[in-house]
Design a protein around this ligand. Structure first.
Ligand code: BQF
Length: 282
C-alpha cells in the first residue's frame, strides 16, 4: 500500500526554485546570498552534514563559507567568530553545526547569532516568533517535514497528527507547524504510556526520537502518512531511521525512507531560509 515519498527528488525541486531566486537576486541587488557554516571539531557525521550544506549552496549558485575550528576552540573564540560574522555585511546566514564539544554552551552560541542571520531558526527571537504565529525563520527539518507531507496531496487540516519526540529542534516546532495547519496534534515521548496505542491514532505520524526501529507496523494506523526524521546507524554502520520501514511500509499510505527522505529536505529548506535572511537584510 505504501507509496514512498521521494525526499531526494523533492529536495532537488526546492533547490532548483532557490537556484532561480539566487539568479534573480543577483540581477536585482548585485550580489548573491552567502551562507556561513561553522564546524567545531571533527565529528564525522557533522562533517558530512556541513559538506552537504556547502554542496547544496554551490548547487543553488549562492556563496558559502566553511569555517572549520579545532575541537579545543574556546567558547570565547567561537563567540568572537560569530560576532565578526554578525557584523560582516557580505554574510546573510550563519549556522553553527550541532552538537558542539561539551566545554561549549550551545545555548550561548545560538543566542549569539544575529537573529536576522539565524538560518537554522534556533534563536529565541525566531522560536518565540514561531509560537506567537509571526512571520519568522522556521527550523529546517520541521519545514521540510511539512513540505514532504504536502507533496503527498494528503490534507493536514482536521487530521490527527502524532509527533513522537519533543526536542526543540524537531518535535516541538513540527507540532506547532501541524497545529498551524489545523491538525489535532498529540506529542508523544519517552515517558508516553503505551506508545503504540497513541501512534495508532495518527493519520499523520512524525517520528523524531533517535531510536532505530522504534515504530513497527503494528503501531501504525492503516493508511497513515509516516514521516521518519530519525538518523541512526545500525550494527553494519548503515543509516536507518526510527521507523521499521519493512513492517510499516505495507500499512502506511505514504512513508519516507532513510536515507533519501527528510534528510535532503532539511538541506533544501536551509537554502530557502538563507534566501529569506538575505531578503530580510536588503
Ligand atoms: C539523506 C542532523 C541529527 C543531528 C544533527 C541527506 C542529511 C542527512 C541525510 C543532512 C542532520 C540530518 C543534519 C540525508 C543535516 C540531515 O540522504 O537521507 C542530508 O545533511 N542532514 C545536520 O546538520 O545536523 C544533524 C541529524
Amino acid at each position: 500500500m505504501g507509496n514512498i515519498i521521494d525526499g531526494k527528488a523533492l529536495s532537488v525541486t526546492v533547490k532548483d526554485e532557490v537556484r532561480e531566486q539566487v539568479a534573480e537576486l543577483e540581477a536585482r541587488y548585485g550580489r548573491k546570498p552567502c551562507l556561513c557554516v561553522i564546524i567545531v571539531g571533527e565529528n564525522p557525521a557533522s562533517q558530512v552534514y556541513v559538506r552537504n550544506k556547502v554542496k547544496a549552496a554551490a548547487y543553488t549558485g549562492m556563496d558559502s563559507r566553511l569555517i572549520e575550528l579545532p575541537a579545543d576552540t574556546s567558547e570565547e573564540v567561537l563567540l568572537a567568530q560569530i560576532r565578526d560574522l554578525n557584523e560582516d555585511p557580505a554574510v546573510d546566514g550563519v549556522l553553527v553545526q550541532l552538537p558542539l564539544p561539551k566545554h561549549v554552551d550551545e545555548e550561548k552560541v545560538i543566542d549569539a547569532i544575529a537573529r536576522e542571520k539565524d538560518v537554522d531558526g534556533f534563536h529565541p527571537g525566531n522560536v518565540s516568533g514561531l509560537w506567537l504565529g509571526k512571520d519568522c525563520i522556521v527550523p529546517c527539518t520541521p519545514a521540510g517535514v511539512i513540505r514532504l507531507i504536502d507533496s503527498t496531496g494528503v490534507s493536514i487540516s482536521g487530521k490527527t497528527a502524532v509527533v513522537v519526540g519533543r526536542s526543540n529542534i524537531v518535535g516541538k516546532p513540527v507540532a506547532k507547524l501541524l497545529l498551524d495547519r489545523n491538525a489535532t496534534v498529540v506529542i508523544a515521548h519517552s515517558r508516553t504510556a503505551d506508545l503504540g496505542a497513541v501512534t495508532r491514532l495518527a493519520d499523520i505520524l512524525v517520528v523524531a526520537v533517535g531510536k532505530a526501529g522504534l515504530i513497527t507496523g503494528d503501531m501504525v494506523k492503516p493508511g497513515a502518512v509516516v514521516i521518519d526524521v530519525g538518523m541512526n546507524r545500525n550494527a553494519e554502520g548503515k543509516l536507518c531511521g526510527d521507523v521499521d520501514f519493512a513492517s510499516c511500509e505495507p500499512v502506511a499510505s505514504w512513508i519516507t525512507p532513510v536515507p533519501g527522505g527528510v534528510g535532503p529536505m532539511t538541506i533544501a529548506m536551509l537554502m530557502k531560509n538563507t534566501i529569506s535572511c538575505f531578503l530580510s537584510r536588503m
